[in-house]
Design a protein around this ligand. Structure first.
Ligand code: PLP
Length: 491
C-alpha cells in the first residue's frame, strides 16, 4: 500500500497518473503558448547554479516537482518549435510522435524479446518491412530500429567488417576477434562524411586511421574517379578496402553522393557499400526528389534517422541491410532471453542493444496519422523554402551566401569584412552566434568551409514561411552591427 501511489495499477482508475499527466500537458501547453523566444536567454552560469541548487535529498509531491521542472528546466530549454531555432538537424516533433511517447512510456515494452513485447515486436518488424519496401532493398533485406544515425553507422560498418573477414579468409571476427590482417583494413568515405565513420572505426578496433577520406567535388559529393584511384592505390600497397560509405545528405552542405556509382565501385572492388542517409534519406518519400537517391536500393546497408527529417522525438533511427543473413554476426543466444530454436521472434538477435525502446510505434502512428505522402510534400516545400531563403541572402548586401543549397541548409556570412583580419572576422561570427543563442534571440549554427567561418541554418520545420526569415535576418543584422561597433571601440 505504501508504495502504490508511485505506480500505475491494473483494475483501478489510475487517478494519480491521469492527474499528473494532465498537469504536465497543461504546463507544457502554457509554456509553448507563452514563449516568444527560442531560448530564455538566462545566463549560463546562473542556469547551472540554479540547477545545482536543487535539493535532491528530499522528496516532494509530484505536482510540485512538475511545477519546478517547468520553471527551472522546461523554461530554459531550446524551444524547437520556435521559428528562430534553426541550427541543427534538431526537429520539432510531430504531435503523433509525442503522443506515441505516452504509449511507449506507459507500456514500457522492451524490444529485445517477444515475451517482453509481443505486439511491439510485430510493429517494429512491420515498420522495418515498410522501410525495406520503401527503399526497395529487395527480398532478402531486413532491418532493425536503433537509437539514431550514430548507432546505425556503427552497426553497418560492424557488419561490413565481419562480412569482409568471412569472405576474405573465412575468419569469424565475432568468435575469434580481429584477424591478423585487421590493421590493413580500410574504410573509404568522403572528406565531408559524418565523423561517426571515424568514431565507428575506432570502436571497431580498426582505429580512426583506417578511415581513408576521398576529396569531394564542388558539389560536395565524393569524387568517384578519385575514389576508384584511392582503392587501386590502397590495394597496390597490400591494404584491404573493406567498405565504402556514401553520404545521402552531408551535415553542412546537404550533398548527396552519386549513390549508384559508389555502390558499383564498391561491388567491383569487393567492398561493402554503406549509405549514411541520416539526413537526406528521408527524400525517398518525396516524389520530386527521390530520384536523387537512385542507387540506394543496391547498397548493402543504409542508415535512416527518424529523429531528423521524419520529425520524430529523439531517439529514433534504423539500419536496413540488403542480406539479412549478415545479422548473424550479431546473434548471441542467452538461455534466459533468446534461446536457440525459439519460435517467436526476438529482435535482440539483430540488435547491438538489449533492452530497447519501442520507438517503432512513433513511426507507425506517424504513417497512420500523417502519412508518407504528406511527409514527402513537407520536404518538397522545405527545399523550396530553403532556396528562397538563399535568394534572400543573395539579394542582401549585408550577407553573402557560401553556396547554393543542396538540401535544407543555408551557409552564409557577413559580406563586408571591414578592416577586420580573417581571424577577427571568423571570431566575430562565433561571437555573433553565441550572443544570439545566449540572449535567446536565435539558435543558429556555425561551421567552417575552407578555413572561413560561416553561419548555418538547417531548415527542418515545415511550418516556417519566408516571413519568419525577415525577422531573423533583422535580428542577426542588428546584433552583428552592434558587435562590430563594440569590436571597433575595443581596438
Ligand atoms: C545526424 C547525422 C548522423 C548521426 O546521427 P545521430 O542520430 O545524431 O546519432 C550521422 N550522419 C549524418 C549524415 C547525420 O546528419
Amino acid at each position: 500500500m505504501t508504495y502504490s501511489k508511485y505506480f500505475m495499477h491494473l483494475g483501478e482508475n489510475n487517478r494519480p497518473f491521469e492527474d499528473a499527466a494532465a498537469v504536465t500537458q497543461k504546463t507544457i501547453n502554457s509554456l509553448f503558448q507563452d514563449s516568444t523566444q527560442a531560448y530564455s536567454g538566462v545566463d549560463p552560469l546562473q542556469l547551472k547554479a540554479q540547477l545545482e541548487a536543487v535539493d535532491l535529498s528530499t522528496a516532494e509531491p509530484l505536482n510540485d516537482v512538475i511545477a519546478s521542472v517547468n520553471q527551472l528546466i522546461a523554461k530554459n530549454s531550446i524551444l524547437v518549435q520556435h521559428p528562430h531555432t534553426i541550427a541543427h538537424l534538431h526537429t520539432p516533433p510531430l504531435i503523433a510522435s509525442v503522443v506515441a511517447e505516452h504509449f511507449i512510456a506507459a507500456l514500457n515494452q522492451s524490444m529485445d524479446s517477444w515475451d517482453q513485447a509481443p505486439a511491439a515486436t510485430y510493429v517494429e518488424q512491420i515498420m522495418v518491412d515498410w522501410l525495406c519496401d520503401t527503399y526497395q532493398m529487395g527480398e532478402m533485406s531486413d532491418g532493425v530500429f536503433t537509437s539514431g544515425g550514430t548507432q546505425s553507422n556503427l552497426m553497418g560498418l560492424l557488419l561490413a567488417r565481419d562480412w569482409f573477414a568471412g569472405k576474405h579468409s573465412n575468419h569469424n571476427i565475432q568468435q575469434d576477434g580481429l584477424p591478423e590482417y585487421g590493421h590493413k583494413m580500410r574504410i573509404l568515405c568522403s572528406d565531408k562524411s559524418h565523423f561517426t565513420v571515424q568514431k565507428s572505426a575506432a570502436l571497431m578496433g580498426l582505429g580512426e586511421r583506417s578511415v581513408v577520406t576521398v576529396k569531394t567535388n564542388v558539389q560536395g559529393q565524393i569524387d568517384c574517379d578519385e575514389l576508384q584511384l584511392t582503392i587501386d592505390a590502397l590495394k597496390a600497397q597490400d591494404l584491404l578496402p573493406i567498405a565504402i560509405v556514401a553520404t545521402a545528405g552531408t551535415t553542412d552542405h546537404g550533398a548527396i553522393d552519386d549513390l549508384q556509382r559508389v555502390v558499383n565501385i564498391a561491388k567491383n572492388s569487393g567492398c561493402w557499400s554503406h549509405i549514411d542517409g541520416a539526413y537526406g534519406g528521408a527524400l525517398m518519400l518525396s516524389e520530386t526528389h527521390k530520384s536523387r537517391l537512385r542507387g540506394i536500393e543496391s547498397a548493402d546497408s543504409v542508415s535512416v534517422d527518424f529523429h531528423k527529417l521524419f520529425y520524430q522525438t529523439i531517439s529514433c533511427g534504423a539500419l536496413l541491410i540488403k542480406n539479412k543473413a549478415n545479422f548473424n554476426t550479431l546473434l548471441h543466444h542467452a538461455d534466459y532471453l533468446n534461446r536457440e530454436g525459439d519460435e517467436l521472434p526476438n529482435l535482440v538477435d539483430k540488435s547491438i542493444a538489449t533492452t530497447k525502446r519501442f520507438d517503432a510505434l512513433k513511426m507507425f502512428m506517424t504513417l497512420k496519422a500523417v502519412g508518407a505522402q504528406q511527409l514527402g510534400k513537407m520536404y518538397d516545400d522545405l527545399l523550396l523554402l530553403t532556396n528562397q531563403v538563399a535568394d534572400l541572402i543573395k539579394q542582401s548586401s549585408y550577407f553573402e551566401l557560401c553556396c547554393d543549397p543542396l538540401l535544407s541548409t543555408v551557409l552564409f556570412r557577413l559580406s563586408d569584412q571591414g578592416s577586420l583580419s580573417d581571424e577577427a572576422f571568423n571570431k566575430l561570427h562565433q561571437t555573433l552566434r553565441l550572443q544570439l543563442l545566449t540572449t535567446g534571440d536565435a539558435v543558429i549554427a556555425e561551421t567552417k568551409v575552407d578555413g572561413k567561418l560561416y553561419l548555418k541554418f538547417t531548415l527542418l520545420n515545415p511550418c516556417l514561411t519566408l516571413n519568419d526569415f525577415d525577422s531573423l535576418f533583422t535580428k542577426i543584422e542588428s546584433t552583428a552591427t552592434q558587435l562590430i561597433i563594440q569590436t571597433q571601440e575595443a581596438n
